[in-house]
Ligand binder design. Sequence first.
Ligand code: SF4
Ligand code: SF4
Length: 167
Amino acid sequence: MAAPFPLSLSAIADYLRGMTTRARYWETIPLADMTPEEWEGLCDGCGKCCLNKLEDIDTGELIFTRVACRLFDDSTCKCSNYAQRKTIVPECVVLTPDTLADIAYWMPETCAYRLLHQGSPLPDWHPLVTGNPQSTHQANISMLGRTVSETAIDVEDWEDYPLDEQS
Ligand code: SF4
Ligand code: SF4
């Protein structure tokens, strides 16, 4: 039987914040016109943008690994210092409506920002659709409990930790 996913205070706060946004705004409001709360609310919490990626220099193919950024907390599937992330991890890319067009191609295919940018709907398991802040984890889309830290793996060994896209 699957383990339960108890609601954290931050998850409840995220959910309540979502209740202050316009109804099904992601279907009608252009990305550039969303409020900061609506923009942040698009994130499904999968954690996949915090994974290190390898690029084949010959083909340009991107390979996602399970090796996560040093600030990623595998037990919560969140950045452990979101407010200071850019200071601590300068290479962390901050996603905004202005940067999305240049970044979308290396975001995971399930990422809500990438999906809306390309004109696709949100998936059925997205928390905005389900109303359940844990539904990304329950659908086995997220990286909760699935990563290894980049602080524990030499960079030349990252290719030994490919992301299994089955989940
Ligand atoms: S990949 Fe997209 S939806 Fe997933 S955590 Fe990152 S920004 Fe959020
Ligand atoms: S600094 Fe935080 S948000 Fe940025 S990649 Fe690392 S864990 Fe993710």
